[in-house]
Design a protein around this ligand. Structure first.
Ligand code: FES
Ligand code: FES
Length: 149
């Protein structure tokens, strides 16, 4: 059993402490926006925020995040008001199949919190998420647009 705070809700999850956070989020809590891609911290599709920092939840044991504030893609907007990254994503029609996009958006939201006006070099260094559809150019444009919002 572990108590997690996800998107402002305090929840008990019945999992082994070594269970990756991704599976607690998807299978115990039922928030399926966060995706499984590689399972080995390479692709970024499972990215969520833990205390505001982007982490790859496929390799983060539940025990390591107890008492911390977890935010998933479902909790990024404020009520019906989209986060500026979500808005830029829509404006720039970034998603193709969409599979990687929740993780991509969460990684970018954390980047902009850290660096409100990221350079291309900052983006290259910090947004290492993989998109099989090759949306990287649209991602970059949308990041710069969100930084101006
Ligand atoms: S599923 Fe976590 S980084 Fe790929
Ligand atoms: S939009 Fe298809 S994998 Fe990125």
């Amino acid at each position: 059993m572990a108590r997690l705070t996800i998107n402002g809700r305090s929840l008990e999850v019945n999992v082994n402490p070594n269970t990756p956070l991704l599976w607690a989020i998807r299978e115990q809590v039922g928030l399926t926006g966060t995706k499984y891609g590689c399972g080995v911290a390479q692709c970024g599709s499972c990215t969520v925020h833990v205390d505001g920092v982007a982490v790859r939840s496929c390799v983060m044991p539940v025990a390591a995040v107890a008492g911390k504030k977890i935010t998933t893609i479902e909790g990024l907007a404020t009520g019906s008001v989209l986060h500026k990254v979500q808005k830029a994503w829509l404006d720039h029609e970034v998603p193709q199949c969409g599979y990687c996009q929740a993780g991509m958006i969460m990684a970018v939201a954390a980047l902009l919190k850290d660096k409100p006006k990221p350079t291309d070099a900052d983006i290259d260094a910090q947004i290492t998420n993989i998109c099989r559809c090759g949306t990287f150019q649209q991602v970059r444009e949308a990041i710069h647009a969100a930084a101006k919002a």
